[in-house]
Design a protein around this ligand. Structure first.
Ligand SMILES: [Zn+2]
Length: 191
């Protein structure tokens, strides 16, 4: 499956809740394989960006299925772990603000506040329940993906924050976006 399968704003499906998965069927395993293929295909087209995670709704499959990259520092390490029905059972640590981007919000980056530590419950690809703690970038990623399964896009957290929006220039550096021109009245981003 190719990167063209990714749906982007203003597609209203991105703001709908996904359906819980009861069993890990062969179709769900295929969905996970498709999501990995799409993530890698997308990354191949982006010299400065890393495909760190994806939710099934982003390829128009509204199930609570997400994939999280196993290694964020090395672009050549391209394996992912599936988290099915991921749920944050406890928010811990402090609120930290850092940059986020999204394959479904092309060209826009944002400074988003998230909890620095979380406890997660999910089902793995074999249908077993897993529970673990996450912090730092991984905690941020999982909060972003769980949001997707609930119909929330990262920009929804910073909608009115004029200084929170950025874009990448040709060199791959983040620079501020003109809020009034590109964000406030942008019908691509908001209903
Ligand atoms: Zn996203």
């Amino acid at each position: 499956m190719k990167k063209e399968a990714i749906i982007t704003l203003p597609n209203p499906k991105l703001r709908q809740k996904s359906t819980k998965v009861s069993f890990v069927t062969p179709e769900i395993k295929q969905l996970v394989d498709d999501m990995v293929a799409v993530s890698i295909d997308w990354e191949n087209s982006r010299p400065h960006e890393l495909s760190a995670a994806l939710a099934a709704v982003q390829i128009d499959q509204p199930y609570k299925v997400t994939i999280i990259r196993d290694e964020f520092e090395d672009k050549d390490m391209r394996t992912f772990t599936a988290l099915i029905n991921p749920k944050i059972i406890k928010f811990e640590g402090k609120i930290e603000t850092d940059y986020e981007g999204c394959l479904s919000v092309p060209g826009v980056y944002g400074l988003v506040p998230r909890h620095s530590k979380i406890r997660v419950q999910a089902m793995d690809i074999d249908g077993n329940e897993v529970r673990f703690k996450a912090d730092g970038f991984l905690a941020r990623l999982i909060q972003h993906e769980v949001d997707h399964t609930n119909g929330i896009v990262f920009i929804d957290h910073i909608r009115d924050q004029k200084d929170a929006f950025f874009e990448l220039d040709e060199k791959g550096e983040l620079k501020p976006l003109d809020y009034e021109k590109n964000i406030a009245q942008n019908s691509i981003l908001w209903d």
